[in-house]
Design a protein around this ligand. Structure first.
Ligand SMILES: [Zn+2]
Length: 261
């Protein structure tokens, strides 16, 4: 099966992370001397990297380097963040268009009717009744919307876009509150998306709905939100058990000492 080595993939992009713990026993497991100089085990990929360590101090203060599954999860979260960034920007543009339209409804209506008249000979030629076509009717209907209604629509769109942008920033940074916000906000809009589908089915709508359902389920389960699968305690324990330094610590210390620590 095709398998990505997330640790090496990240190290090749961002470089290794080395750390010299002050505890001598632990230090000995991470350090080695070669003819080229000292080498230190990378906390992410486990390879030895040449040169002085990037940091030092008690093992407890070592940076918690995301490894393996945690790195893959971060990658998925960032994909979702980018998707939300694009959606947020797009919706801001739509909100802006609605707001502009609300301020110049009459001018746009005039412009629309004029152009409809200009196009009439062309569409007549093709025996297409543009003036009474569904598209023209839909557009004409929107001219009858009240100014205040359009402002409310623009405001709601803007609020929705802001939620998407906040989600994007938080997910990119891998924050737990952003995962909660994403799950709650996305799930809240799922019924609306489903309702939309009953009116008009399009590939984009179906894909968006599927992506959102998948995102909600995946975040809920893999991030153990709302106490699922042991909740935040189990999530932190899983993250720490994947830390190379803590694996080395457990390996280098007698079992009894680990338990009492
Ligand atoms: Zn590395």
């Amino acid at each position: 099966m095709f398998k990505i080595d997330w640790n090496r993939r990240t190290c090749s992009k961002r470089g290794h992370v080395t750390y010299a713990p002050t505890e001598p026993a632990l230090r000995a497991r991470l350090e080695a001397h070669t003819e080229l100089g000292e080498v230190w085990r990378c906390l992410r990929c486990g390879d030895f990297a040449l040169g002085a360590p990037h940091g030092s101090g008690p093992a407890g203060q070592a940076p918690l380097v995301p490894r393996g599954k945690a790195l893959r999860d971060l990658f998925i979260l960032r994909f979702l963040a980018i998707e939300r960034l694009f959606r947020g920007v797009l919706i801001i543009l739509i909100a802006w268009a609605v707001w502009k339209f609300s301020n110049s409804q009459d001018a746009v209506r005039e412009f629309f009717d004029q152009n409809l008249t200009v196009l009439k000979p062309v569409t007549d030629h093709f025996h297409y009744d543009l003036e009474h076509s569904p598209i023209a009717d839909t557009i004409r209907k929107s001219f009858d919307y009240k100014h205040s209604t359009l402002l409310i629509v623009a405001g709601a769109l803007l609020a929705y876009a802001l939620i998407e942008l906040v989600e994007a920033v938080g997910l990119w940074l891998g924050r737990r509150w952003a995962e909660y916000l994403t799950v709650v906000a996305t799930a809240a809009f799922l019924p609306l998306e489903g309702y939309e589908l009953t009116h008009h089915v399009s590939a984009v709508k179906v894909c968006t709905l599927l992506l959102n359902v998948a995102a909600v389920v995946w975040i809920l389960v893999s991030k153990r939100l709302f106490g699922l699968r042991g909740g935040v305690v189990a999530f932190e324990a899983e993250r720490h058990s994947a830390s190379l330094l803590e694996v080395e610590q457990a390996a280098g210390t007698p079992r009894a000492a680990v338990k009492s620590a």
